[in-house]
Design a protein around this ligand. Sequence first.
Ligand SMILES: Nc1nc2c(ncn2[C@@H]2O[C@H](COP(=O)(O)OP(=O)(O)O)[C@@H](O)[C@H]2O)c(=O)[nH]1
Ligand SMILES: [Mg+2]
Length: 260
Amino acid sequence: MPPPHRSIVVLGESAVGKTCFTDIFIQNTHFAFYDPTLLHTSCAALTLDDDANLPWDLYLTDISSTIFREDPRDLPLNFLTFKTLLERADGVVLLYDITSLPSFTHVTTSGLAVVAANRRAVRKEDGAAYPEAAGQRFGCVLVGTKADLVESGEGRRQVGMEDARAWALGKGWNAFEVDTKKREQVVEVLREVVRSVMRAEKLDREGVEEAAIRTEEAERMRLENEEAKREDTNNNKERSMFAALGDSVKRVIPKAKSGR
Ligand SMILES: Nc1nc2c(ncn2[C@@H]2O[C@H](COP(=O)(O)OP(=O)(O)O)[C@@H](O)[C@H]2O)c(=O)[nH]1
Ligand SMILES: [Mg+2]
């Protein structure tokens, strides 16, 4: 059986480290050189520690949240491609730079809003409506980059770890801080994305099943009501028939008695 594959979008403002984050996972290097003639893949295998026999194939694409704040008419083609990628994404890494507060503010507001606005309303396989009004759920983590700069004193922290964690927890997600040169840190983040994707998929599956049961129940009740109404009408008809019959019987019987 082929390994399960999932698509992950790495979303963040320009220069937060999306390319570094993606390349260290896929190619195990910073700023990999992609030669299109060599058909470089954007996919790498990932094993969850609690699920050792199941390597996942993760496809990573990095998307700039900056372009969504600019006029999309400037980039009609890219914009459409990005919307499709967001719609197809199973998981999202919201990336910001811990030395830049605007990078955190933008990705957690307009960046996240763009993801939410581009989710599928119905399930691709069978057209079943997703239970949430916002459409298909997605796995997600919040990740601050350039942790090494703050540690070495080269950069000043502008986003508190606790603030980031509190924001993420409010959404049901985890938060991390990484140095994108350290692959193991990036892999740890992606393991959590996969777990979050699995939780999102389970909730959607259960929601769709519950909705189907509710629809079935509503249909059964509707049929029962119709049947009850039909019976009521028949009973009423019979009653009025007997009532009418009763009058004529009353009219007939006294005559019969008097004739004795
Ligand atoms: N010190 C440090 N620099 C980083 C880190 N991640 C990215 N960078 C640097 O930030 C700059 C922008 O990175 P890039 O991946 O091109 O950002 P993108 O525009 O989001 O794709 C580059 O100079 C990177 O070397 C990190 O974790 N630590
Ligand atoms: Mg880049």
